[in-house]
Design a protein around this ligand. Structure first.
Ligand SMILES: NC(=O)c1ccc[n+]([C@@H]2O[C@H](COP(=O)([O-])OP(=O)(O)OC[C@H]3O[C@@H](n4cnc5c(N)ncnc54)[C@H](OP(=O)(O)O)[C@@H]3O)[C@@H](O)[C@H]2O)c1
Length: 304
């Protein structure tokens, strides 16, 4: 049996569809009724729990041969810190996986994860990786780049930015490069190696077929949505100073993107690896950004 933590998120929801197509069942850890309904409607078993609460996981992984750990946060808030969710949460899940005698654990880390990273997100992802590597359970770790697809956080935030007003505000110069990968290609990578003995105890670092700046990606999304507005670059410090105001805006119903200060800083640094990484590691060529954006937006012009 496959046990999935994080099945209700963007990646998880697409993975459920991928598993369904392949005829796989799974038990999904959910935190609320919404999660229960979402996973049950997709034909999956559910159980309630929170990875930061060890007690809530007790017995839930019984019978799990493979544990897929997709839980992560990109922004701290409401008591959820990177340390608590990524590090403590992973420790709890790994302990329960050990107790249940799981035969394999898959952990979704992130491109750029490093113990010495100045970013809490990337540092704690690396710490979680260490916990998984030290568990004694055969593991597979993915370090993917930015993943896009219907419902992804990146495109939703860009759509929010486009709705803000007559200009499109971009924190910083927008020149840092990313390597977006389409969600269906990510699923293909996982399904390809999930049961492959040669993939055991390996860390896969990969991304889409192009290095693109934030400006490049923004312009492509604007073109596909039919939006024609001037882009205005704003110093990151000014954007960060405005975040509390953005929070107030959201409270009164304005559709202001919900980003944290660290996300603004992460937009200023390259997050890339080899452009042929998927071909080399998984044996196929992923689709490019423009095609991925078309599929993500479903071809629906949204003239915001
Ligand atoms: N999306 C990307 O571009 C990207 C790129 C590289 C790596 N990643 C990594 O891939 C993973 C999935 O990303 P995503 O975009 O799907 O994120 P997401 O949409 O934010 O989903 C996060 C998932 O984690 C669950 N979760 C959060 N805190 C939890 C907790 N304490 N206990 C149990 N479940 C908890 C959420 O459950 P609820 O529904 O209950 O909130 C949700 O199912 C993350 O680890 C992320 O860091 C993502």
């Amino acid at each position: 049996m496959i046990f999935i933590a994080g099945a209700t998120g963007f990646v998880g929801r697409h993975l459920l569809r991928g598993l369904s197509r392949e005829g796989h069942g799974a038990r999904c850890l959910v935190r609320n009724e919404y999660g229960e309904r979402l996973c049950s409607a997709a034909g999956f078993e559910t159980c309630r729990g929170d990875i930061t609460d060890r007690e809530s996981l007790k017995g839930k992984l019984e019978g799990a041969s493979t544990v897929i750990h997709l839980v992560g946060i990109i922004k701290e808030g409401g008591g959820a810190t990177f340390d608590k969710v990524h590090v403590e949460g992973t420790r709890n899940l790994v302990e329960e996986a050990k107790r249940a005698g799981a035969g394999r654990i898959f952990y979704q880390s992130a491109l750029g994860a490093a113990l010495e990273s100045p970013f809490g997100y990337l540092r704690t992802k690396a710490e979680a990786e260490e916990i998984v590597r030290g568990s004694g359970i055969p593991y597979i770790i993915f370090r993917p780049s930015l993943i896009i697809g219907p419902g992804d956080g990146f495109t939703e935030n860009v759509k929010g930015l486009l709705r803000l007003g007559p200009v499109v505000p971009v924190p910083g110069d927008g020149e840092a490069r990313f390597q977006p990968l389409f969600i269906e290609d990510w699923i293909r990578c996982l399904l390809k190696i999930m049961n492959d003995a040669d993939s055991e105890n390996r860390t896969f670092e990969f991304g889409g077929p192009e290095h693109l700046s934030y400006n490049d990606m923004l312009k492509t999304i604007m073109r596909e949505l039919g939006v024609d507005k001037p882009i205005v670059h704003i110093p990151p410090a000014v954007v960060k100073a405005g975040l509390p105001l953005a929070g107030v805006g959201r409270k009164i119903g304005l559709k202001v993107p919900d980003v944290g200060a660290e996300q603004i800083d992460l937009l200023q640094v390259d997050n890339i690896t080899d452009t042929d990484s998927v071909e080399r590691l998984f044996g196929f060529r992923p689709i490019g950004f423009e095609e991925a954006v078309r599929k993500t937006l479903g071809g629906q012009p949204d003239r915001t």
